[in-house]
Design a protein around this ligand. Structure first.
Ligand code: AMP
Ligand code: ZN
Length: 119
């Protein structure tokens, strides 16, 4: 994992506290914030603190980071009261995958029935 921060990256600036966000969880490796334009009643972004451009840049060495991201998403889902009915954790990769911020993040979405495939 690169510990580098990209000074022009929106999420690096949120991690650094230079831009505002609604923080739902923070530890040494990850930050969870409310999505600014929620597409579901619960829509939280779980970010790596390190600047990793996308899931395409992950390696086996990121296993512990990913485990923590998914465990945190599950914990947040329980806190939000969406765990019993189900929810989605998804990451977009590249332009055709729908990625608009090139800093690793997972969308935790729930609180309504979600369509599949997303479109
Ligand atoms: P993606 O399009 O998969 O890269 O996801 C980026 C997400 O970041 C989108 O759902 C945006 O609504 C969200 N977003 C953009 N700017 C902010 C911000 N300043 N604070 C919180 N979420 C944001
Ligand atoms: Zn970044």
């Amino acid at each position: 994992m690169t510990a580098d921060r990209d000074p022009g990256c929106l999420f690096c600036r949120i991690v650094a506290g230079e831009l505002p966000s609604t923080r739902e969880h923070e530890d040494d490796a990850i930050l969870a914030i409310r999505d600014i334009a929620p597409r579901a009643p619960t829509h939280i972004l779980v970010l790596s603190k390190a600047h990793i451009p996308s899931a395409a840049d992950l390696t086996e060495a990121h296993g512990p980071l990913l485990g923590r991201i998914f465990a945190t998403a599950a914990d947040l889902a329980r806190r939000e009261g969406i765990a019993d009915r189900g929810y989605r954790v998804v990451t977009n990769v590249g332009a055709w995958g729908g990625q608009t911020v090139d800093h690793l993040h997972f969308h935790l979405m729930g609180g309504r029935a979600l369509q599949w495939p997303p479109g």
